[in-house]
Design a protein. Structure first.
Length: 290
């Protein structure tokens, strides 16, 4: 196994960390470094695509290829990166707001396409970067700066949604359980197809309800669960308190890259192919109307 230290950020100014002391993102970063090391991945073989938010700062703090894109847009970029170079390990990473609100539409259609990427959602049940507004997963009744009367919208259930849409791999963990989280994310990366991992973690500054202690007291690990039983997986997904952790559902099926016409006859990665300028010229000439 290679050392996790190889994934320590070497970018200038990386000592200036934007996360608050005690933020769960630090723990997720340590988990990711261990995951990559245990899978013997090299920094040049890993790409982390993120959107906007505190969770989306992860590419800044890990020594790997990174792409910081628009709010909610990490999944389509990650899909394109994997299609262009299938040999890469591609991670789409963001918070519960970034992935389930701004990026919700992309999540839905990624499940349909099934690209071979891993979607990691830092779910602290609040908008942390913009100072504590309610996110799609904020609990009922929680008071926030924009919901001083208390949240009354039904919290979004990403696990139930993903299983209902027949996602390829669906799991949930709490970053406070280090070893278990490492194993779940390893399984997600090794899975061939879209893998969605919802990661509970505290926002110590703006969510005073869902603390480290709260997650330990209100979650449990599924035992003797068959992730290939979709009906049972959905029943687990709609449990509310305590909330189950573990791999909920697995459905192995063809990936987006396997079905793209460009790879049907030629497995050469797109980025290695040279443009056939003569053929392109003929097509353009045939389309001329003047």
């Amino acid at each position: 196994m290679i050392s996790p230290l190889i994934f320590e950020s070497k970018r200038p100014g990386s000592k200036d960390i934007a996360w608050c002391p005690g933020c769960g993102n630090f723990g997720i970063r340590n988990i990711l470094k261990s995951v990559f090391a245990e899978l013997n991945l090299r920094p040049q073989d890993v790409v982390i695509i993120s959107g906007i938010g505190q969770a989306a700062k992860m590419p800044h703090y890990i020594n790997a290829n990174g792409y910081h894109t628009l709010h909610g847009r990490s999944i389509p970029i990650a899909t394109a990166v994997k299609a262009a170079n299938p040999s890469l390990t591609v991670i789409a990473e963001g918070g519960d707001g970034d992935m389930y609100a701004e990026g919700g539409n992309h999540l839905l259609h990624a499940i349909r396409r099934n690209p071979d990427i891993t979607v990691l959602v830092h779910n602290n049940q609040i908008y942390g970067l913009t100072k504590g507004q309610a996110s799609p997963t904020t609990m009922l009744g929680m008071k926030t700066p924009t919901q001083p009367w208390g949240v009354f919208e039904e919290p979004f259930n990403p696990i139930a949604l993903a299983i209902a849409l027949d996602a390829s791999f669906v799991a949930r963990t709490f970053m406070g359980y280090f070893k278990e989280s490492v194993e779940i994310i390893k399984k997600a990366i090794q899975h061939k197809g879209l893998a969605i991992v919802d990661i509970f973690h505290p926002c110590v500054s703006f969510n005073k309800v869902n603390t480290y202690e709260w997650y330990r007291e209100h979650t449990y690990w599924m035992k003797d669960h068959n992730p290939y039983d979709r009906e049972e997986a959905f029943k687990r997904a709609i449990e509310s308190d305590p909330l189950p952790l573990g791999v909920f559902y697995i459905h192995e099926k063809p990936t987006f890259e396997e079905q793209v016409p460009a790879y049907k006859k030629d497995k050469t990665p797109l980025w290695q192919r040279k443009p056939k300028l003569e053929e392109i010229g003929k097509i353009l000439e045939a389309k001329r109307t003047f």
